[in-house]
Each structure stands twice: as structure tokens, then as C-alpha cells.
Design a protein around this ligand. Structure first.
Ligand code: C5P
Length: 223
């Protein structure tokens, strides 16, 4: 492929999006947060009480969903049918249902199609769970991120608190991450797994600057 694709996969709250945004900014690439797409679909399914067991209903719902990204400073701002939902999709109701929705074959097929279209001709950094294995199996650079589960929960907890969520507890965040990791790695449709050619990045003890430095070294040869 002519355009450069950097794929970043890994467990929940491993710092994928932080690294992806930093890389995109540094390189002038487009950043696409694939998780936000599954989250926005989940929000639509919750609001419209879509029955996941009913294929017809799922197909119909997908036809009524339009997702768009508005990139401001490489933050991922996503709209669902024109409505800005970036904040709402990070809250617990969506986090609790997203792994069920993202395990659905029809949902995945549609999201992968849209993601592949976005990365067809432009230089991009995309993060998610199946980017290096499925969406862009031919990506030139792939990272697989991990970090200690406790550290991950603490980071996410602090982030949610700082955004004004006063009711959430650390235990709830920890449970949600554990649940999503389990669901994401054991599902039938493109489960989370490391692509053979993905570079492992364990950021438990690495600063954001160190991660960016390590990642840039890998990208350098492809520029
Ligand atoms: O990345 P984030 O944690 O926001 O993703 C939310 C959920 O979306 C994940 O737990 C996973 O179930 C799903 N997802 C996925 N494939 C992707 C990105 C996210 O299944 N490429």
C-alpha cells in the first residue's frame, strides 16, 4: 500500500489512544479511534432498545446510524447522526454494553468496512482491538499494548473522576476492564490477539514520552 498505516491494538485502558494521538500529531497523520465507533453504535442500540438477538433489528439499526469524526487537536470527536456524543460514550452504561455489541458479527462487518474506507488512501494511526489482525492486516507498523491491570484501572478511574464522574468507584472500573478484556479476547468474531508481526509495548513503567520515542523508532524506517 502507498499510504502508511500504523495499527495499535491492546487491552482496555492501556494508553493506546494516548500513544496514537501523540504519534498522529508528531507525524501529521490522521488519528482514528475505532473503539469510539463501537461505543457510538452501542449508545444508539441502548437508546433505541435494539434487540441484539434479532438480526433484522440489528441490520435496520445499522442502516440508521451515521458516524463522523471531527478531528480537533487529534482528540477523537465523534458524532452519531450529527450529535456530538464523545463524552456520553465514555460513561458507564456504554462501557458496560459495548463488548456485547462489538461481538456482533453484523456490527463488526459494518465497522470494519467503514474503517477500511477511512484508511484507504491517507496516512493514519488507528487504535482498537483488531486493527493489526483484521482491519489492516497489511499495516506497515503494528503495536500491541499491554500494562498491569491495576495500573490501567487506576488511570481510567482518575480520568473519569477528573471528567466529573463522582459516583464511579475504582472497583467498578477494575471490574469493567476485566470484563471487557475477557469478552474481547474470547469472542468468536476477530477476538483481540496480537498480530504475529506486532511489536509488544508494555507501558506499565514507561512514561508517555518514552512510549512515543520507542514507537517513533519503529515508524522511522517506513517514512
Ligand atoms: O477502545 P475502547 O476501550 O474505547 O473500545 C471499547 C470496546 O469496543 C472494546 O472493549 C471492544 O469491545 C470494542 N472494540 C472492538 N474492536 C475495536 C475497537 C473496540 O471490538 N477495533
Amino acid at each position: 500500500r502507498k499510504n502508511l498505516v500504523i495499527a495499535i491494538d491492546g487491552y482496555s485502558s492501556c494508553g493506546k489512544s494516548t500513544l496514537a494521538k501523540a504519534l498522529a500529531k508528531k507525524l501529521g497523520f490522521i488519528y482514528i479511534d475505532s473503539g469510539s465507533m463501537y461505543r457510538a453504535v452501542t449508545l444508539f442500540f441502548i437508546r433505541n432498545a435494539v434487540d441484539m438477538a434479532d438480526n433484522e433489528a440489528v441490520i435496520d439499526a445499522l442502516q440508521h446510524i451515521e458516524l463522523n469524526f471531527h478531528s480537533r487537536d487529534y482528540q477523537s470527536h465523534i458524532t452519531l447522526n450529527g450529535e456530538e456524543v464523545s463524552e456520553e460514550i465514555r460513561q458507564m452504561p456504554v462501557s458496560e454494553s459495548v463488548s456485547e455489541v462489538s461481538a456482533n458479527k453484523l456490527v463488526r462487518r459494518e465497522m470494519v468496512r467503514q474503517q477500511q474506507r477511512m484508511g484507504k488512501s491517507k496516512n493514519i494511526v488507528m487504535d482498537g482491538r483488531d486493527i493489526g489482525t483484521t482491519v489492516f492486516a497489511d499495516a506497515q507498523v503494528k503495536f500491541f499494548m499491554t500494562a498491569d491491570p491495576k495500573i490501567r484501572a487506576e488511570r481510567r478511574f482518575k480520568e473519569m473522576r477528573s471528567k466529573g464522574d463522582t459516583t464511579i468507584t475504582l472497583e467498578e472500573v477494575f471490574e469493567n476492564l476485566a470484563h471487557r478484556d475477557y469478552a474481547d479476547t474470547t469472542r468468536k468474531e476477530s477476538p483481540l490477539t496480537r498480530a504475529e508481526d506486532a511489536i509488544i509495548l508494555d507501558n506499565t513503567a514507561l512514561s508517555e514520552a518514552e512510549q512515543l520515542e520507542l514507537a517513533l523508532q519503529q515508524v522511522q524506517d517506513h517514512l
